[in-house]
Design a protein around this ligand. Structure first.
Ligand code: HEC
Length: 215
């Protein structure tokens, strides 16, 4: 499957069903999972979005069980930035853009290597809720019909609100249909992402991010 096709496969009723099927059967190459899941993030059916998201690479083990690697342990490994790019594509791109790749949800990371050294980067990945970037806080909206919408507020007027979801889709909501809104105390960035990677993959990922410098 090509990346282009992966990002579009879910954009129809039939496509959505197919996406859930191939994810369930493990037929999606790891590096394309994020794209395939993102392709249904615009689905109006919450159940489809939720089910697809379960297949995103994520901790299958309790966080405490997988020890968090220290920067010293990672630094002794021979890191390959090009491999880190692939780690990024499968674990991070569903929520972050680097230049023109990936999806617009969390902050753009095209120059993240100028902001953090590797140890700071590791902390940002392992403890996402420790310092939530301004403007990227998550919100829980309870609707009058009893449903719930969770995302980042990308714009707000007196009457309307736009909520961004992982995968970059945007949902427009009338404020009159919102019963209450509450800001989340935790980050919308999933905790425990490190548990889905080997130490080598984490080292490669950090090398890749470290190379993303302001020009
Ligand atoms: C489910 C969506 C999601 C995924 C997956 C995700 N992130 Fe994030 N990330 C966010 C959001 C939202 C923020 C901003 C809120 C915050 O700071 O916690 C963020 C913040 C960050 C920051 C801090 C940016 C800054 O300018 O301070 C870094 C670095 C980062 N993410 C790296 C990664 C890496 C590397 C991965 C993959 C291993 C990843 N993220 C996966 C959503 C995500």
């Amino acid at each position: 499957m090509k990346k282009f096709a992966a990002a579009r496969i879910g954009r129809s009723g039939e496509g959505e069903k197919r996406v859930l099927q191939i994810l369930k059967k493990n037929q999606v190459p790891t590096e394309l999972i994020a794209d395939v899941v993102a392709s249904v993030s615009g689905s109006w059916r919450e159940s489809v979005r939720k089910e697809a998201k379960q297949y995103l690479p994520k901790p299958t083990v309790v966080e405490e069980v997988v020890r968090i690697p220290t920067i010293d342990e990672l630094n002794v490994l021979k890191a390959v930035a090009a491999n880190g790019k692939a780690v990024f594509a499968s674990n991070c791109a569903v929520c972050h853009k680097v230049n023109n790749e990936g999806y617009d949800f969390g902050p753009k990371l095209s120059e993240i290597g100028s902001k953090y050294a590797k140890d700071g980067m590791l902390k940002a990945i392992v403890y996402p809720s420790d310092g939530i970037s301004f403007g990227y806080e998550g919100w829980v909206l309870k609707m009058n019909d009893g449903s719930e919408t969770i995302g980042i507020i990308s714009s707000k007027t007196k009457t309307d609100i736009e909520i961004k979801m992982p995968g970059g889709s945007v949902q427009k909501i009338k404020l009159s249909s919102v019963k209450s809104m509450e800001q989340m105390k935790t980050s919308m960035m999933s905790a425990g992402l490190h548990t889905a990677m080997s130490q080598q993959e984490m080292a490669d990922l950090l090398a890749y991010l470290d190379g993303l410098k302001r020009k």
